[in-house]
Design a protein around this ligand. Structure first.
Ligand code: PHE
Length: 343
């Protein structure tokens, strides 16, 4: 226990304070406890502070000096005891904070779930990649299209039923050709592209198309097409067949057979449907044909010099045929279990 020699009688209470301090200080269990005790022992309201304030009242200068020294000595001892305890408590508190915050760096991490492209996107990308491999480039056109590009420029007659509101979603009624609608196919880009570019043309046009259909197993008011257009100075129907047969082999497998059945589209002449033999049966895949000279004239291309073919396929249909999906709604169902099968 600390004591101070030659302590004046007036120091009795401080002597007492010093005698009890070590036990009190040792009893503190936290830095907060210690702060409180420190204020009590050496703070502004403490007996030490009071004793210091009383020094001015001691007239004898020797006595005042001795008393002042004694006070300082006691204060120094208390401060020393407090600071030792402070280091101990700080160490204990830091250790327990570290324990509480401990991270086991050897635990396996929690892997975030990885998303994928939607099957429709994957399918479009794959179709486009096959044609890019054959030398085609990608063009994109507006989804909100004028009646002119969607129909008129493609040689579709004024009276054609596909122009009716029962088939086509109109956005803005206006004069003939100026009307704005949601494009019903990607073919309008044939005309737009040829107006802006000189031949030769080898493009594919992926994108959304819209029709006034209710959703069922084979219909949706929004779906996707990939259009193709090849224009050069000596393109024949054999080029169309060879190109699309090669596409089918790359998309469905190396031995896929295809056949072409006569069909009608106003913007191609002759026109055909390509069917492919997959999963044990023939199935219609896409529409195609040789670009109608009337379309060339419309865009300022000379049909005496140029020839070409065009085709358009539905991306959903291609995905369904390839994966044996029988209900289109599976592709727009947000149930992840469906889409996870096509990662
Ligand atoms: N645009 C046609 C459709 O949507 C498909 C097609 C494109 C046919 C190009 C011939 C040439 O059905």
């Amino acid at each position: 226990m600390s004591t101070v020699a030659n302590l004046p009688d007036s120091m009795e209470p401080l002597q007492h304070l010093l005698a009890n301090a070590p036990a009190q200080i040792d009893a503190t269990e936290s830095l907060a406890d210690l702060d409180a005790l420190e204020a009590e022992l050496v703070g502004k309201g403490s007996p030490i502070a009071q004793a210091r304030r009383g020094l001015g009242g001691i007239n004898d200068s020797d006595e005042r000096r001795d008393t002042g020294r004694a006070i300082n000595d006691i204060a120094a001892q208390l401060t020393e005891l407090l600071s030792t305890r402070r280091s101990q408590l700080a160490a204990v508190e830091e250790a327990s904070a570290l324990t509480a915050d401990r991270v086991d760096v050897t635990l396996p991490g929690r892997r975030p779930r990885r998303g994928t492209h939607h099957l429709i996107t994957q399918t479009i990308d794959e179709i486009v990649d096959i044609f890019v491999g054959l030398g085609y480039t990608v063009a994109k056109g507006p989804e909100a299209e004028t009646e002119f590009y969607n129909f008129t420029a493609l040689n579709i007659p004024e009276t054609h039923p596909s122009r009716l509101e029962s088939d086509t979603l109109y956005l803005d009624y206006g004069e003939r050709d100026e009307e704005v609608l949601l494009r019903t196919h990607t073919s309008p880009m044939q005309a737009r592209y040829m107006e802006e570019h000189d031949p030769p043309v080898y493009i594919v046009v992926p994108g959304k198309v819209f029709r006034a259909d209710a959703v069922d197993a084979t219909h949706s008011p929004v779906f996707h097409q990939v259009e193709g257009l090849a224009v050069d100075d000596s393109i024949t129907f054999a080029d169309l067949k060879g190109t699309l047969a090669e596409f089918a082999r790359q998309f469905f497998g190396g031995d896929t057979k295809v056949k072409f059945i006569p069909h009608y589209f106003p913007f191609t002449e002759p026109s055909a449907e390509m069917h492919a033999f997959t999963n044990g049966r023939w199935i219609e895949l896409l529409g195609c044909g040789m670009v109608n000279p009337a379309v060339f004239e419309q865009v300022g291309y000379d049909p005496e010099i140029l020839s070409g073919f065009a085709f358009g396929m539905g991306a959903e249909r291609m995905a369904m045929v390839r994966h044996g999906i029988t209900d289109l709604r599976a592709l727009i169902d947000p149930d992840e279990r469906i889409l996870e099968q096509y990662r």
